[in-house]
Ligand binder design. Structure first.
Ligand SMILES: Nc1ncnc2c1ncn2[C@@H]1O[C@H](COP(=O)(O)OP(=O)(O)OP(=O)(O)O)[C@@H](O)[C@H]1O
Length: 252
């Protein structure tokens, strides 16, 4: 396992948000964290990056306790894309190159520049290389922050709603790129998602959060109408479109 979460509990100023969270992610796996607004998904992601420190429980990254690692050690292993981000007066190329910073000793090498070019190409951002971030659309900017995290070549990639600003084509392309990176580079991707059908299409495993704790965790077998209705409070059918499972809310 590349990421092991054991008994994590987190409270904001004494108000519990997460209780007894356990799950593990293997190399090459994409795991979606699903649950209602306010279920604690973003809080959990921040606990996996030491932005927040749980009051109880442990998080192991490749057998090392996350909370004993320093910022640089974490940045060398964990890439994180927050739900909200700001645009700055950087060019797209420089912003993505920043992702290499944890690996750069003195100055960027030919390998660093090559990685940046590759990631820009993967995400269809080559034409924007020299544009400033504050001149991009919301979706273009979202792709740049994801590109920066991919350029970081982390062993664990944490993405908080990575497709929230993207059109359909870009949603599919970004998630395809994330899944490809996970499978080919053997890294773990943990992705907070609201779109259940995108999650179904691109994830190997699912963590369903409800009432501050794990409602269910596992592969496609846990995506049942009962579990989805249990988490979201909406009756659904789970159908198949060819090989792709889809969740359809039922009329109420
Ligand atoms: N900095 C904070 N201080 C206090 N409470 C917070 C803070 N951040 C989040 N919360 C609360 O913690 C709970 C979980 O929030 P979190 O953002 O983790 O949920 P989420 O599942 O990611 O929600 P969404 O799907 O709406 O983004 C919510 O009740 C929220 O109001």
């Amino acid at each position: 396992m590349i990421l092991t979460v054991d008994g994590v509990e987190f409270s904001y100023n004494g108000h519990p948000v997460l209780r007894g969270i356990n799950f593990a992610v293997a190399r090459g796996e994409v795991v979606s964290i699903l649950g209602n607004n306010g279920a604690g998904k973003s809080t959990l992601l921040k606990c996996l990056n030491k932005i927040l420190k749980p009051q109880r429980g442990s998080v192991l990254i490749e057998d090392d306790a996350l909370y004993r690692l320093n910022r640089l050690q974490i940045a060398q292993r964990v890439g994180y894309v927050a739900q909200k981000y700001e645009s700055t007066r950087f060019t797209v190329f420089d912003a993505v190159l920043l992702g290499r910073k944890p690996h750069i000793k003195w100055e960027a090498t030919a390998k660093d520049l090559e990685i940046v070019r590759r990631v820009l190409k993967q995400l269809g951002l080559e034409a924007f290389s020299l544009r400033y971030l504050d001149e991009l659309s919301g979706g273009e900017l979202q792709k740049v922050v994801i590109a920066r995290a991919l350029a970081q070549e982390p062993r664990v990639l944490l993405l908080d709603e990575p497709t929230s600003n993207l059109d359909l084509k870009n949603q599919l392309e970004v998630l395809k790129t994330v899944r490809k990176a996970a499978h080919e580079q053997n890294i773990a991707a943990v992705v907070v998602m609201h779109d259940l059908n995108l999650a179904l299409r691109f994830s190997d495993k699912f963590l369903l959060l409800k009432n501050k704790t794990t409602f269910a965790c596992g592969g496609m077998e846990i995506i049942t109408p009962e579990n989805i209705a249990g988490v979201y409070g909406v009756p659904v059918a789970v159908e198949k479109m060819g090989a792709v499972p889809v969740i359809v809310p039922l009329p109420v």
